[in-house]
Design a protein around this ligand. Structure first.
Ligand code: WTA
Length: 660
């Protein structure tokens, strides 16, 4: 990974092609500056105008922003809206009824096309089916689904009846699922028998069974099962229902439930620096507004585009840029069930070629691993494919190093496609800092400038503005429509995590460090400033993994740190003290495997430590604090140059150099 020095020295600039500028929704820096100036002149007026022009309201709002109960901000609060209506019915009314909404490609490359009319019908059946089970406005529904049209339809169906969904990524364990079901107080789980990825069938329903059997999930009345693979599964009579039975004979129409703009559309759990995952709660109106605007501004979406976001619906990117944004602007999008490396690492490029994708949005980790694969095997190198349909590329989830950016630009974008490096978070609902493809000159490794209306800034520890060229803490100074509303069940934690008193309680703390270029003011994200790791673009709390490790009866103590990794950005390195003597050799290897499997069961395979190191103890100060700074140095394999005079037990440092 390139370090901050590389970023600072980066001076290659890529201006948007003239043709692109001419046709772009936001055309040239003049267009960008005009929007920024409008927001500055009249902040509320700016958002009110956009909300009126871009969404269909059942009852128009008269109030734009309510700051009375800050930081619990309210947007468009007296307006009534339905998100699913805006994503589906609107398209039936404006001539998109027979346009393809989704090109679904399964793991084994079977392609299904669904029009807006068909998707609308599917969602109405689903919504009516949920209603027939007694699911109603305000209820929470957990969705634990593979990438599928049904997964998207499940989310839309919840939105249609005003139920708040909470999608749990299909890679999470039974324990993680159980915790989320309990915290959300869900009345139903929507799942599939299996998910199919990379030629393998992976169980989902049996994990739901296991989660619900762990206890505490008494709010659950039903488990609705989509038959994806048709393999044998366990069945709990009275609780479990096949999706095809639930939707059978349901009416083709379902009147949307008109909700207040602030009605919670969804809760999405994400990792924080301490304790258990936080249920990030998003509203309906403001969230959808930003999904629409960023589809138009950042992705410059046009009626003929074939848009493809490779994220999973289990993450925020799959919410805003698959399940909602593309539909709300009437786009045609690809939804892909499988993985980028099956049947080989040319799958993405093959799909771009076959479907003539025009916009491609993926994560740096995927790009880095595909670079490696392409270098190792000429046959799947992108140059073997016709990628000429592409006109815009995007990156999301983690910093993209300039080397990967350049490869993406040359090999995938054929030096003609702008790249939008979009910085944002689960909490922000949509893009925050990103180039606009027909306006902003791009610099590899920089997410460039805040979107119009987004008041991003860099401050010091006391909240004072820092000049360009000085690294500091990334904040957003004014509320914006798609921001997190609260943490489900924990408003205090919401205030403490995002609007801490040290910063005056009114600026949003992103949790990332950043620096602005002296000359251009361009932002570069320097990474998390809390104990959150970013592995392959997936957020994980070090504390979460530590808690999982110490929950194992043989573990006495554990400390987890991130280690820079060429492919995954960061990798997980765990330092472990056992309740028995420090293992070595084959025994150490065997225990390390046991602990990895344990973490996979406790959280999910994505949280498995790549390295485990055993010691008789951990490096601690005399007051007993674990010296994480030292552990980070050890993880990197660097020599310790820091002062270790306060260290209680320097001898154990040698033990902790050996990785399993
Ligand atoms: C990181 C994903 C650098 C950042 C949408 C943030 C990025 C966390 C970028 C949020 C980017 C996301 N450049 N870093 N373009 N995009 N991040 O909630 O550390 O899964 O705080 O949302 O990812 O991750 P989350």
């Amino acid at each position: 990974m390139a370090d901050i020095e590389t970023f600072k020295q980066e001076n290659r600039v890529f201006a948007p092609p003239a043709e692109f500028v001419k046709n772009a929704a936001v055309s040239g820096m003049d267009g960008y500056n005009a929007l920024c100036a409008e927001a500055e002149r009249d902040y509320e007026g700016f958002w009110a105008r956009l909300a009126r022009e871009n969404l269909q309201w059942k009852k128009p709002f008269t109030k734009t922003l309510n700051e009375a109960d800050a930081p619990f901000y309210k947007w468009f609060e007296d307006g009534k809206i339905n998100v699913s209506y805006n994503c589906l019915d609107v398209n039936l009314e404006n001539g998109n009824a027979d346009k393809t909404a989704v090109i679904f490609e399964s793991d084994d490359a079977k392609v299904t096309r669904v029009t807006y009319r068909e998707l609308h019908k599917k969602v109405c059946h689903f919504a009516n089916g949920l209603k027939s089970l007694g699911v109603k406005k305000g209820d929470r529904v957990v969705i634990y689904m593979p990438m599928s049209v049904e997964g998207v339809a499940a989310m839309q169906a919840c939105a249609r009846i005003g139920a708040t969904h909470s999608v749990v990524f299909g890679g999470f364990s039974a324990k993680s699922l159980q915790e989320r079901v309990i915290d959300a107080g869900a009345v139903a789980v929507i799942t599939a028998d299996y998910q199919v990825r990379g030629g393998k069938q992976l169980p989902l329903k049996s994990i739901v069974d296991e989660a619900l059997a762990m206890g505490g999930c008494d709010t659950i009345r039903n488990v609705v099962v989509y038959k994806r693979a048709g393999a044998d599964i366990n069945w709990v009579e009275g609780r479990d229902l096949w999706l095809h039975d639930v939707v059978a004979n349901q009416p083709d129409a379902c009147e949307p439930e008109w909700v207040d703009a602030e009605h919670p559309l969804f809760i999405l759990y994400t990792s924080g620096s301490t304790g258990k995952p936080k249920g990030v709660q998003h509203a309906s109106g403001g969230y959808l507004l930003w999904a629409v605007l960023t589809m138009k501004w950042t992705f410059d979406i046009k009626p003929d585009d074939v848009y493809w976001c490779t994220a999973d619906i289990g993450w925020i990117t799959g919410h805003t840029y698959i399940a909602y944004g593309p539909l709300a602007v009437g786009a045609t999008q690809i939804v892909f069930e499988g993985v980028p490396t099956y049947p080989n690492a040319g799958r993405f490029w093959d799909m771009v070629q076959r479907h003539k994708a025009t916009i491609f949005y993926t994560a740096p980790t995927a790009i880095r691993s595909l670079i490696k694969a392409a270098e190792a095997d000429e046959k799947i190198h992108p140059k073997q494919y016709d990628l000429s349909s592409l006109r815009l590329l995007g990156s999301v989830g983690e910093p993209i190093n300039p080397e990967a950016w350049m490869w993406y630009y040359k090999n995938i974008g054929q030096e003609k496609c702008p790249i939008v490096d979009t910085f944002w978070q689960t909490e922000t609902g949509g893009h925050m800092i990103s180039p606009l493809p027909g306006a902003t000159p791009q610099v590899p490794g920089s997410c460039t400038l805040p979107l119009p209306g987004i008041t991003a800034a860099i401050v010091d520890e006391t909240g004072n503005d820092l000049p360009n060229g000085t690294g500091g803490i990334l904040v957003v100074k004014r509320p914006w429509p798609s921001m997190i509303r609260t943490i489900w069940n924990d408003p205090e934690r919401f205030k403490k995590s995002y609007f801490p008193e040290e910063f005056g309680g009114k600026v949003y703390l992103a949790g990332d460090g950043a620096i602005r270029n002296k000359d251009t003011g361009y932002f570069t994200i320097t990474g998390r400033i809390d104990d959150v790791l970013n592995v392959s673009g997936h957020r994980m709390g070090t504390m979460e993994i530590e808690s999982a490790l110490v929950a194992n009866p043989i573990v006495a103590e554990a400390a987890v740190v991130g280690k820079p990794d060429e492919t995954t950005g960061e990798s997980i390195c765990a330092f472990v003290v056992l309740k028995r003597p420090r293992p070595t050799g084959d025994e150490a290897k065997a225990i390390a495997k046991e602990l990895r499997d344990w973490v996979a069961k406790e959280i999910g395979p994505i949280a498995k430590p790549k390295e485990i190191r055993f010691g008789d103890n951990l490096p601690k100060t005399r007051s007993g604090k674990i010296m994480r700074r030292l552990l980070r140095v050890l993880a990197k394999g660097e020599d310790i140059t820091q002062d270790i005079s306060t260290l209680e037990n320097p001898a154990i440092l040698d033990q902790l150099k050996e990785a399993q």
